[in-house]
Design a binder for this molecule. Structure first.
Ligand code: NAI
Length: 268
């Protein structure tokens, strides 16, 4: 009987119970990593972990119920990952929430909540994982990828909290890249364009969807697999000299801007 070796490398993905985070977890499993999925939605997390373990066997996937905005919960979850897997090669700070409201209608609670999950969660999970990452040799690739958004690259109505949190994640990425690069941990950000997930369904109306199709040169939403592949690439040895960068995975939205409607109608 042949024994299948347990993969060496370990990836941690926050917000991994569904959507983009789950697809990122699957990418790592497909590429020979053990994966720890962190999420605060216990029921969805359990279902996702059960399904992955059913498909791929036990020992490769670990689910941790944790709110990334709570320092004690984060430290406890990362301690459990260290105890179970003994190393961390890649961390993807993907957990995020969106509130789309005008400035005057965004309550202080909503502002603080978005900042604490999106921005503080990224800070806290990185701070907890880095000492473990420093113990591992990251020569096989690895590092940190923070999930930002096109809303962090340019301002847009209704995104005062969400857009500001994502712009801050982009700067945090650069701060981390500068400091952690010196100890061999690369840190980059992926800024997705619109992707059909539960989050997008909540905040993208029919009119918004149609507008996105109009202004995105590729004329469509992205898929979770496309975002996962870009994150995976940044964690791979192929990206070994990429540090402190923001990659917009957005079908060309960032390059084109809103453009001129009349010119957009003229096809190449
Ligand atoms: P989603 O809402 O489908 O999944 C997010 C996951 O994060 C959920 O499982 C949720 O339970 C978890 N989560 C939320 N707050 C948490 C917390 N405090 N602690 C632990 N887990 C928490 O969202 P989606 O679309 O998969 O988004 C993932 C990331 O991609 C987010 O950071 C989002 O801002 C970003 N993004 C998404 C875009 C889209 O169009 N879907 C576009 C640009 C960026």
């Amino acid at each position: 009987m042949t024994t299948i070796p347990i993969p060496h490398r370990v990836a941690v993905v926050t917000g991994g119970a569904r959507g983009i985070g789950l697809a990122i977890g699957q990418w790592f499993l497909d590429h020979g990593y053990r994966v720890a999925l962190i999420d605060r939605d216990a029921a969805t997390l359990t279902a996702a972990v059960d399904k992955l373990q059913g498909e791929r066997g036990h020992g490769l996937v670990f689910g941790l119920h944790c709110n990334v905005a709570d320092p004690e919960e984060v430290n406890s979850a990362v301690g459990q990952i260290d105890a179970a897997f003994g190393r961390i090669d890649a961390l993807v700070n993907n957990a995020g929430i969106a509130v789309f409201k005008p400035i005057g209608e965004t309550s202080f609670d909503e502002w603080q909540n978005v900042m604490s999950v999106n921005l503080s969660g990224t800070f806290l999970c990185s701070q907890a994982c880095v000492p473990i990452m420093r113990r591992s040799s990251l020569q096989d690739g690895g590092g940190i990828v923070n999930i930002a958004s096109i809303s962090g690259l340019r301002a847009s109505t209704l995104r005062v909290a969400y857009g500001t949190s994502k712009a801050a994640i982009i700067h945090l990425t650069k701060q981390q890249a500068v400091e952690l690069g010196t100890v061999g941990i690369r840190v980059n950000a992926v800024a997705p364009g619109p992707v059909d997930t539960e989050m997008a369904k909540l905040v993208h109306s029919v009119a918004i969807r149609s507008d996105y199709h109009d202004v995105i040169p590729l004329n469509r939403y992205g898929t979770v697999e496309e975002i996962a592949a870009s994150v995976g690439f940044l964690c791979s040895p192929a990206a070994s000299y990429i540090n402190g960068q923001v990659i917009a995975v957005d079908g060309g939205f960032e390059s084109a801007g809103v453009g001129l409607p009349t010119l957009r109608k003229m096809k190449a």
